[in-house]
Design a protein around this ligand. Structure first.
Ligand code: ADP
Ligand code: G6P
Length: 446
C-alpha cells in the first residue's frame, strides 16, 4: 500500500476492478467500465460506503499504481502475468469453474497446472487484501474466481470479518463433486463468516456439502441501482433509428454461451418463416458485449450467432431493412437505457444464469408500464419476476410461444399489469437493499 494511503475499514475483493485499463502502443492509457453484472452491482454499493477495492485492472504484465475513482473508491490493482491470465483467468476460472457451475452446459476442463495458478493468484489477492485492510475491517470477497481467498485471509488476519458472495449459480453436489480440487475449494470458501448465494436453491446445494456451516449460509438475490435507470429518453427518436417498426425486440448480453443468444435468434427465425410475425414491421436488436474472446466455446458461439444474423437478414430482410440489427460492442449506460425504454419486448433466454441483471434493468427502465419481458426459467431473476413471459430456453417452441404472446399482448391491460408488478418488485428490492442485508448479516456474526 502506498505510504500516503490509509488502511480501509471496508474492502471489496473481486477479480475485476470497476475499470478496465488498456495500455496503447503510443504510450497512452485508457480506462473503460469493466464488463458484467458484478461490477455494475457493486460500484454504487462501494461509492455509497467508500472504502477500498482490490482487483485486477484487466492488463497483463503492466499494472497501474493504486488510484481512486471519481466516485471516491480507492483501487488496489493486483497484477496478472501472461501465464496467470491464461491459466488462472481463462483456464481455471472460465474453462473449469464457469462451465461446471453453469450445470456443465459445456464440458469443464480439469487441468492440474490451472489449479496451481488458481492457488497462486488467490494467494496474491489474499496478501494484497491483508495489506490494505485496517484492524477488524469488513472484507467482502466476490465470486468464483476467488473462492480460496476467504480461507487464506482468515489464516493471515483472524481479526477480519470476511464475507463471500457467489454471483453465479452453485451447482448440485452431483456436479460439484466432479471437481478434483473440491475439498480445497470448500475449505477456502468456509473461511468466510457469511457465505452468500443468489438463490435458496444454490444455498441448499452448498449446505448439502457443508452441513456444519448451515448458520453461515444464506441467499441474497442481487439487484441493480434502480435510480440509474429512471431518466426518461426520447423513445420516438430511438424507434425512428430502426425505421419505426410495429415491434422492437431487444437482447442485451455478454457474448457468452450460457446466454442462449443463438436459440432466441433461431426462435425468431422460425416465427418469421411461419409468417407469424411480419419481417417488414419488426426489428430485433441484439447487442452483445465481447467477452473471453480467446476461449474456444466463446469463439464458436460468436461465429454461430453471427452466421444466424447473416442468414436471417439474408432470408427475411429487404434492401434498406435489416430485420436483425446486431452489434458486437459494449454500449454506454445512456445508450442502453434508450434501447430498454424503446423496446416492446426484451428477450432474456439464458440456459443458466446466477441472476441476470439485464432483465431487472429493463424492468426498472419502464416506470411507464410499457413493454414485456420474455425470461428464461433458468435465470435467477425468474424467481422474482414472476409476471414475465417465462420460457424454457432448451425448448424452441417455448421461446417462440412466449415471444409471440409478448408481441401479441402489446398495449393490453394485462401486459401493463405484468410490467407494473415487476417494476414494483425491482424498485423495492434494489442493490442497496441487497448490500445492506448481506452486511448486516456479516456484522451480526460473533
Ligand atoms: P453477466 O454478469 O453474466 O454479464 P448480467 O445480466 O447479470 O450478466 O449483467 C450484465 C451487465 O452488463 C448489466 O449491467 C448490463 O447492463 C451490462 N451489459 C450487458 N451487455 C452490454 C453491452 N453490450 N453494453 C454495455 N453494457 C452491457
Ligand atoms: C459475470 C461474473 C463476473 C465477471 C463478469 C464479466 O458477471 O459473475 O465475476 O466479472 O461476468 O466477465 P469477465 O470474465 O470479463 O470478468
Amino acid at each position: 500500500m502506498p505510504a500516503t494511503a490509509k488502511p480501509h475499514d471496508f474492502v471489496v475483493v473481486a477479480n475485476r476492478l470497476p475499470v478496465d485499463i488498456s495500455y496503447h502502443a503510443d504510450g497512452t492509457i485508457s480506462a473503460q467500465p469493466s464488463p458484467g453484472g458484478l461490477v455494475a452491482a457493486l460500484q454504487p454499493v462501494l461509492e455509497q460506503r467508500q472504502g477500498g477495492w482490490v482487483g485486477w485492472p484487466g492488463t497483463v504484465g503492466e499494472t497501474p499504481a493504486p488510484m481512486s475513482t471519481e466516485g471516491g473508491i480507492q483501487l488496489h490493482p493486483v497484477e496478472l502475468s501472461q501465464a496467470d491470465f491464461e491459466e488462472f483467468y481463462e483456464g481455471f476460472s472460465n474453462a473449469t469453474l464457469w462451465p461446471l457451475y453453469h450445470d456443465v452446459i459445456m464440458r469443464p476442463r480439469y487441468h492440474r497446472p490451472w489449479w496451481q495458478a488458481y492457488e497462486r493468484v488467490n494467494a496474491r489477492f489474499a496478501q494484497r487484501t491483508a495489506e490494505v485492510a485496517a484492524p477488524n475491517a469488513v472484507v467482502w470477497v466476490q465470486d468464483y474466481q476467488l473462492q480460496l481467498v476467504p480461507g487464506m485471509l482468515k489464516a493471515m488476519r483472524p481479526d477480519l470479518k470476511i464475507g463471500l458472495f457467489l454471483h453465479i449459480p452453485f451447482p448440485p453436489p452431483s456436479l460439484f463433486l466432479q471437481l478434483p480440487w473440491r475439498e480445497q475449494i470448500l475449505e477456502g470458501m468456509l473461511g468466510a463468516d457469511v457465505l452468500g448465494f443468489q438463490l435458496p436453491s444454490c444455498a441448499k446445494n452448498f449446505q448439502a456439502l457443508a452441513p456444519q456451516a448451515a448458520d453461515r449460509i444464506h441467499a441474497f438475490p442481487i439487484s441493480i441501482d434502480t435510480a440509474a435507470f429512471q431518466q426518461s429518453t426520447d423513445i420516438q427518436r430511438t424507434r425512428a433509428r430502426f425505421g419505426n417498426p410495429d415491434t422492437l425486440l431487444l437482447g442485451v448480453d455478454r457474448l457468452d454461451y450460457t446466454k442462449g443468444i443463438l436459440q432466441r435468434l433461431e426462435a425468431f427465425e422460425e416465427l418469421l418463416e411461419q409468417g407469424l410475425i411480419d419481417a417488414e414491421r419488426t426489428v430485433f436488436v441484439q447487442v452483445a458485449t465481447p467477452s473471453r474472446e480467446r476461449l474456444e466455446h466463446y469463439r464458436l458461439t460468436r461465429s454461430k450467432v453471427e452466421e444466424a444474423v447473416g442468414r436471417i437478414n439474408g432470408r427475411f430482410g429487404s434492401i434498406g431493412h435489416s430485420v436483425v440489427r446486431y452489434h458486437h460492442q459494449s454500449l454506454k449506460r445512456a445508450e442502453l437505457i434508450e434501447l430498454y425504454q424503446a423496446a416492446d419486448v426484451m428477450v432474456v433466454t439464458p440456459f443458466k444464469d446466477g441472476m441476470n441483471l439485464v432483465a431487472k434493468e429493463y424492468v426498472a427502465s419502464h416506470s411507464d408500464g410499457r413493454g414485456a419481458l420474455v425470461l428464461s426459467e433458468f435465470a435467477g431473476a425468474a424467481q422474482e419476476l414472476r409476471t414475465s413471459y417465462l420460457c424454457n430456453p432448451h425448448d424452441i417452441d417455448s421461446i417462440k410461444a412466449q415471444m409471440l404472446a409478448a408481441i401479441n399482448d402489446q398495449g393490453s391491460a394485462e401486459a401493463q399489469q405484468r410490467m407494473e408488478a415487476m417494476y414494483q418488485q425491482v424498485m423495492h428490492c434494489d442493490v442497496e437493499r441487497w448490500a445492506k442485508n448481506f452486511l448486516e448479516e456479516l456484522l451480526s456474526t460473533p
